[in-house]
Each structure stands twice: as structure tokens, then as C-alpha cells.
Design a protein around this ligand. Structure first.
Ligand SMILES: Nc1ncnc2c1ncn2[C@@H]1O[C@H](COP(=O)(O)OP(=O)(O)OP(=O)(O)O)[C@@H](O)[C@H]1O
Ligand SMILES: [Mg+2]
Length: 239
């Protein structure tokens, strides 16, 4: 088991955003987390990577690096693309002396090629489109060869071809590294192409758990409402 979440509770003020949630992800498995805006998807990822602390519950991850691909690219504006991608290799004490500068240049070029962006090493984030920034942040996250990878809406705002590229890469990375991955997404193509299992959040709870095919079968009120994007159903948008 590579990610195990047990009885997780997280409140912000008087709102219980995560209300006693448990699930696990095996090595070599990708779990999709879906749910309306504000249902707590990003919060779960931030709890798993330790950016925020739970009120109670347990999170167990296997040893090794956890990488997070943030919902908003979060690149460093003052660093060029090469330095953004190489950031962890330069800054992390355990990695700093592992690679020579020429190794690092090679790794950066290789990661950029993987996300379909060659030759932009010297450019700055502000010179790139939103979708390009997103792909750079993807390259940056995987530079440490992590064994737990958390993707927060990796394909939102991307054109269909760039989405496919990222989806294929999520699958390839899983197959090559046997990492345990979680993909938060609204995009049906991303769920179908990358996920082995899906959980749906609503009102702080898991209201559905199954395969993408189970979800598309729409045989419960929650999956039906989500898949048909209907205003009618058990889930109400919160103000
Ligand atoms: N640091 C925080 N302080 C206070 N409230 C927060 C904080 N982070 C998240 N929340 C609240 O928790 C709820 C869940 O937020 P979260 O970002 O996890 O939603 P989400 O499912 O990722 O939504 P989206 O699809 O819009 O990205 C929201 O009501 C949000 O306002
Ligand atoms: Mg979010």
C-alpha cells in the first residue's frame, strides 16, 4: 500500500470540509478524485503532501518523494524555465551534489521534451501561455522521480491534444515507476484514460467509489448527476 488515508477530518473555521474519509492507493495504481468545486479535492492533496495538517486521522505514505502538480502552475516568475524545473535538484540538500550541471541540463531538456516543449529553457514563465506553464509545472514536479504523485487538475484549461499528451504521460509514468498516483480532475477524458479507480466527494464524504466504467454506468444518483452535469440530484452547489 502506498497511500493510506484513515478517518481523515479537516475543518476550516466551523466548516468540516473533510468528514471522516478513508481510502487507499496501491503502488502502480491511479485514483481519480472528483466532486464539485469546493468539495475538498485540493484539500485532500494538500493534507497528503503535508502542506496542511488534519484535525484528526492518519495518512501513511510509502518512503520516497511525494510530488505535487499544483492546480495553478505556481512557477517562480524570476527564474527561467530551466531553473524552475531544476529547482529541487539545485536546492534540496540530498540532491544538490548528486548531479553535475551538465547532468541537470540534460534532465531538464529530457523532461521538457516529455511534455512537448523543446527549446524553451531560457524563457521566463510570463512569456508562456497558461497551458505551457501548466506543462512546465508538470515537468518540474516529476524531476525528482517521485513514487507518490499528486496531480491537481493537470489537464484543466488545456486544449484536447495537450490534455491527451499529459494523460498519456500520467499513464506512462505510472507504468514505468509503479508510483501511486492521485488525479483530481473534472475532465471525463482524464478519468477514462488515467484512472483505475474513482472516488467522488460530496459534503465532506465519499459518495461513490468504483471504476471509471462503474461511474459512467450512472447507476447511483450521485454518479448520474455528476456524469450528466445536472442541476437536479442529491448534490447541491454550496454558496
Ligand atoms: N486554507 C483555507 N482556509 C479556509 N478555508 C479553506 C482553505 N482551503 C480550503 N478552504 C475551503 O475548503 C473548501 C474546499 O476547498 P478545496 O480547495 O479543497 O476545494 P476543491 O474541491 O479543490 O474545489 P475546486 O474544484 O474549485 O478546485 C472550500 O469551501 C474552501 O473555501
Ligand atoms: Mg481544487
Amino acid at each position: 500500500m502506498s497511500i493510506e488515508v484513515k478517518n481523515l477530518i479537516k475543518t476550516f473555521g466551523d466548516r468540516t470540509v473533510i468528514n471522516n474519509i478513508s481510502f487507499s492507493v496501491n503502488n502502480g495504481e491511479t485514483l481519480a478524485i472528483v466532486g464539485f468545486s469546493g468539495s475538498g479535492k485540493s484539500t485532500i492533496l494538500k493534507l497528503i503532501c503535508g502542506l496542511i495538517q488534519p484535525d484528526s486521522g492518519e495518512i501513511i505514505t510509502s518512503e520516497g518523494d511525494i510530488a505535487m502538480v499544483f492546480q495553478y502552475s505556481a512557477l517562480f516568475d524570476s527564474l527561467n524555465i530551466a531553473d524552475n524545473i531544476a529547482f529541487a535538484l539545485h536546492e534540496r540538500r540530498d540532491l544538490r551534489n548528486k548531479y553535475t550541471e551538465s547532468d541537470i541540463r540534460k534532465i531538464v531538456t529530457e523532461k521538457l521534451a516529455l511534455v512537448g516543449l523543446k527549446g524553451i529553457e531560457e524563457q521566463y514563465p510570463s512569456e508562456l501561455s497558461g497551458g505551457m506553464q501548466k506543462r512546465v509545472s508538470f515537468a518540474r514536479a516529476i524531476v525528482t522521480e517521485p513514487n507518490t504523485i499528486l496531480y491537481d487538475e493537470p489537464t484543466s484549461g488545456l486544449d484536447p491534444i495537450s490534455s491527451t499528451l499529459i494523460e498519456d504521460y500520467i499513464v506512462r509514468l505510472k507504468e514505468e515507476t509503479q508510483a501511486a498516483s492521485i488525479v483530481v480532475t473534472h475532465q471525463m477524458s482524464t478519468i477514462r484514460r488515467t484512472a483505475d479507480r474513482v472516488i467522488m466527494l460530496y459534503d465532506g464524504k465519499i459518495v461513490f467509489e468504483g471504476t471509471p466504467d462503474d461511474m459512467l454506468r450512472q447507476d447511483n444518483d450521485y454518479t448520474k448527476q455528476f456524469v450528466t452535469a445536472s442541476l437536479e440530484g442529491p448534490m447541491k452547489m454550496m454558496a
